[in-house]
Design a binder for this molecule. Structure first.
Ligand code: HMG
Ligand code: MG
Length: 307
């Protein structure tokens, strides 16, 4: 199959990334990060989540962050909503898209959202209905589609089962997530294949954490199947508080470098993106978790011509 000529990246750093930081990140820093990301050409940004502040205090400033963003025309701002309470709070912030998040693993569903897979679908159904009647696009995240921190390997049939449940309640697009970054290309392809039983390729994205360094290989394996939408995180920020030891998503900088080198358009300015990653990494007092970003920053420092 020919590779896609254009790829859409959904920047999840402000949400998936910053939900996992131990040190508090002020709303003003999050807002500045979003501004830098949109200036770099990111047209889809997952900003925050409307979850319990007792469970994830890092996202307690959700409404403040959403209110502080100077919105850029054409950018889709999405937020996570696990239940109707979250949706009702989120909608006041006028998101363009909401994300319900389920799991292919029962144990992870319990740990992450405190209910079974079946209960989660019951909770999502009225959220999906309300969002769609309000003209808000609905994306579904499917966690643990290859491995679970509590159950180990996850069979593709369980991914197909979850995708079927998501489709039945009207979720318009699903993300196949390797939450703990254990997957290798053939496993990820099997999880995508299972999802394709219920969703068209144009409504499926990849969301790969990079714990074992496989996320770029998994991205390429997905591109080879025709997947053209991916969640990525600037400076490789991220993880999930309920998946201990899992590192961030594949770095946006690394994916943009890969795609640019393959002649695949993303509409993103890599230099401006590297600056955005440096901004948040400086705040967090560490180097970006991106090989491409660090190589480009080193090259800049040495005065060499930009890559
Ligand atoms: P629960 O305790 O079962 O909820 O939590 P409840 O309905 O029984 O309510 C208990 C309390 O929570 C009440 O407050 C509610 O008001 C409050 P209290 O009376 O005790 O003061 N509450 C809420 N507050 C704010 N917003 C809400 C909300 N809902 C209830 N929406 C719940 C259920 C889902 C809320 C909880 O388990 C939770 O917040 N979990 C956090 C999940 C999370 O954010 N995980 C990380 C994001 S998912 C992820 O990272 C994976 C992903 O990246 C893909 C991948 O990589 O796999 C997407
Ligand atoms: Mg994630």
């Amino acid at each position: 199959m020919p590779l896609p000529t254009r790829v859409k990246l959904v920047e999840v750093g402000p949400r998936d990334g910053l939900q996992n930081e131990k040190q508090p990140v002020p709303a003003a820093v999050k807002i500045e990060l979003v501004h830098r990301l949109q200036a770099a050409g990111l047209a889809d940004i997952e900003v925050t989540s409307f979850v319990s502040p007792k469970w994830v205090p890092q996202m307690a400033d959700n409404a403040q962050v959403m209110a502080g963003i100077a919105r850029k025309a054409g950018v889709c701002y999405s937020v996570l909503t696990p239940n109707l309470q979250g949706y009702e709070a989120a909608v006041l912030s006028r998101p363009d898209e909401i994300v319900v998040f389920g799991s292919a693993s029962e144990a992870f569903s319990q740990k992450n959202i405190n209910c079974s897979i079946a209960q989660s679908i019951e909770r999502f159904a009225p959220v999906v209905q309300a969002a769609r009647s309000a003209g808000i696009h609905v994306r579904g995240a499917m966690s643990c589609t290859v491995g679970c921190p509590y159950e180990g390997d996850i069979a593709p049939e369980r991914v197909a089962y979850l995708a079927g449940l998501m489709a039945a309640i009207g979720v318009q697009h699903v993300g196949v997530a390797d939450t703990i970054g254990v997957g290798t290309p053939r496993q990820v392809q099997r999880a995508i294949e299972a999802t394709l039983a219920h969703y068209d390729i144009d409504h499926v994205s990849g969301h790969y954490h990079d714990t074992y360094g496989m996320a770029l290989a998994n991205t390429l394996a997905s591109l080879e199947m025709g997947v053209w939408q991916f969640d990525t995180s600037v400076a490789g920020l991220g993880g999930c508080p309920y998946a201990k030891g899992a590192t961030g998503n594949v770095a946006t900088e690394d994916v943009v470098y890969l795609l640019r080198g393959m002649g695949i358009d993303t509409g993103i300015d890599l230099d401006a993106l590297v600056d955005a990653g440096k901004f948040i990494s400086d705040f967090l007092q560490r180097k970006p978790n991106s090989r491409a970003a660090n190589a480009l920053l080193a090259k800049r420092q040495s005065g060499a011509i930009a890559a």
